[in-house]
Design a protein around this ligand. Sequence first.
Ligand SMILES: [Zn+2]
Length: 1020
Amino acid sequence: MSEFSMYRGIASPGLSQPGTPRTKPNTPQFRPPVAPSPSGYQQSGSTVNNTNPNQYPTSQQQTEASQEQGYFPPVSPMQGQQQYDGAMGGLATQMGAVQLNSSAPPRRKKDRHAYHTVEAAGSSQAFNGIPQGATGQPTQFLNQGGIQGPYANSQASPAMSQFPVPANPLFSPAHSATTYEHAARPGAPLTGSPASSAQGKVDPEQIPSIPRSRDGPAEYYLDHVYPTMDLRLPPPAAVPFVAFDQGNASPRFMRLTLNNIPASADALASTALPLGLVVQPLACQQEGEQAIPLLDFGDIGPPRCRRCRTYINPFMVFRSGGNKFVCNMCTFPNDVTPEYFAPTDPSGTRVDRHQRPELTQGTVEFTVPKEYWNKEPTGLRWLFLIDVTAEASNKGFLDGFCEGIINALFGSSETEDSSVANDSSRRTLPTGSKVGIVTYDKEIHYYNLSPNLDKAQMMVMPDLEDPFVPLSEGLFVDPQESKAVITALLSQIPSMFANIKNPEPALLPTITSALSALTTTGGKIICSLAALPTWGPGRLFLRDDGKVHGTDGEKKLFTTEHPGWRKIAQKMVETGVGVDFFLAAPSGGYLDIATIGHASATTGGEVYYYPNFHAPRDTLRLSKEIKHTVTRETGFQALMKVRCSNGLQVSAYHGNFFHHTFGADLEFGVIDADKAVGVMFSYDGKLDPKLDAHFQSALLYTTASGERRVRCSNIVASVSEGALEAMKFVDQDAVVNIIAKEAAARMPEKNLKDIRAALTEKTIDILAGYRKNFSGSHPPGQLVLPENLKEFSMYTLGLIKSRCLKGGREPIDRRVHDMRLIKSMGSLELSLYLYPRIIAIHNLNEKDGFANENGHLRMPQAIRASFSKVEEGGVYIVDNGQVCLLWLHSQVSPNLLEDLFGQGISSLKDLDAFQSSIPVLQTHLNAQVRNILQYLETNRGSKALTLQMARQGLDGAEYEFARLLYEDRNNEAQSYVDWLVHVHRHIQLELAGQRKKEDTGDTMNTVSSTFAGLKTPYWG
Ligand SMILES: [Zn+2]
């Protein structure tokens, strides 16, 4: 297969016709010859135009004839640079096909648009879930191999997203229902509601399925890359994909809620959608993606707009023969410096463009000169603060933490091979980074780890009121050079403190002291804690007396007013220091995470929380998470700024960082691969539909190896007069992420009930807005959902049921922890958090869990999060990215248990309740399950994957299983079916002009004002 035909395969997956052969898969190194699109980018002269919102184009769209219709002349695809252009021809083919299906729009109009403007094709009917064009397919993922069920056949009318549909027989259990079954009982009939004209009940099988919305694209993206300009609707966040950067940043780094933006605030308001951007600047790339280019412009630094300071990017336009570049944000014409000059060709493209990644790629990194420094950059200093008090020691937390550090720094002892121990390839930390160790209880103990010592030397720092650093040499060392000293010390620490057993940790003085050790360099603190820090300055007390749950007083506990803790957090950011906490509450006690974790939330750090820490079960997880923390991409002393085109402005930021004043840069002591920021925009004028809207995030930071850099990501959206186009380019994951971040941010101000009510109202606003303005005509009793927001209401229900916001009792520590988690979560992690992956392993196909002929792991389809899907004798993996349960039905087959866990395990009672992994056995099932778990582990956020056993009728984790069945009635909220009925009813009322806002016992104004922006442009 020639490369060109491979490209054609990518551009045109022949999946729409059953039986069409699959295209050649991408190998990990495979990089398709797709042209970076914004070639010689012209704001007013289209280079790339239509994009089909139907991600998975049909093969009819790829005919030779249609190629003539493209914007680019077809070029021989076969040699060298020509091949590149040939790819453009392929792109044009795709676009030409779109035109073929429409009444060809006048050329003039196309030229006015920048690109990826989608002309209405085929149908005059409004977009209602049927893809534009004459494909007749009801949804994006139809007709792909392996997609079965009601959406797979072409009952395309009524439109895919509509229901109700003919009723199913009532669920009538032959035995009395368990609590799960009760929770999973079928939904209420629609009769009596304004929707009663419809036909009876809602069939739970017919409502939009999140598992299906993930499985289809996951299979598609096994064999296809995601080209970031050609397709403008990113894959679902929970799906692994390989992105090909064509000038737009990969969705891994940036997701816009709307990839086509209405020109005015009023038009946006008609959608009720937020205009926002989720930025995860250091996100981990997938194997097969090209590394981020690192560019060095020497002492002059990267070219930037003189007026608005935007960094050079693929959307800057060169004029005057290459002497000027026009800023894509503010349109200022800048002079090109002599050093950066290159002439332009007749089309306005710089002749050296293809040698300049900053002009072709959406995400690049610049090394920056001294004026970007605030202190001399050095390698990252990791300072481990180890709690050695009685509680930590007694419960095995201290052992686990020390062992975890050894494992994180040097790899596990079992795999150790002394002959390569000092080999740099075995380094887990980048060259240049150093580590230090401190232990603390009522006193603080520093250690000299110099490699020339036989063993580490301890220095005690007893002055808690005015802590200082008692040594200058040997505190921070190269871990490889001092490996013997460090390993010996960490191995001895648990026994050294086993008999001291001081009950009270002095945490704030320890952090104060650690901060002074990092003053000149900045760095990262990794701190363990196993009890409420009740000793010394900054001591905390039990704030949560359990009386304020569900009252207005509760929200005070979600934040901290402690002056000492607030001050230290701010000081840490100023110094370029951040902190990750590993918090164990061995007796399930209160730790005041609101106060302690404030230091993490402000400095860009993270909290790992182990409620009810139990060493046999949790040590593996602890160890994996320490390792993840020190090995993931981490930067420090970071500043971030998001810029956008004229006509838009940033209206809010949500995430974990420090923000001096609005308009200032966001400040991070540290930032890592897992952290994302939500940015919201409002209009300060009307946008010009002839121009595109641009966004750029710039993160200035020091790498762990000590280099000062700026990471820039760019994304562009087309602009349309109305919002109809916008509805075709909605990114559901980004919408959910922005809404969830704002909801979490409101928790210290508003009570939870109001926030849940506001989320309900927001869901109704968005879906009613669509029904009113964009869905075309449908029978009044039908719920019509926007194609790209089909699962949106389930995700909001998941948010309402999340630990952070759910009704009912929930320990404050857990709420606060999850609140901060949501604020910093990227789209992948949040998607899983709001709806778990559930995989049945008792009825796996023989080939599931093994590589297919192309070397890709064959994953079984996931099932809905409902007990009605649970089969007798079944075994399920339930993974929400935070916890991974292995749920086993009480009637599970003894053969299955033996296959999975080994001989002698034939009943649930034989299993170890605290085992956290599957043993390695030679059975087929065992290998399948281990492979599946490994797959889940690689497609995840910040938390490690270890198993928690949930045996029916035996383990407490069963409650967590029940809680995660989000489609059922639980967490003091409705089932998915009932929820949709409720939402539908209020949409009907809205359409009839009779809707009243949710009654929460407060006035309507209170509910609306829960989201400050409920009626402002960015919030709809
Ligand atoms: Zn500018």
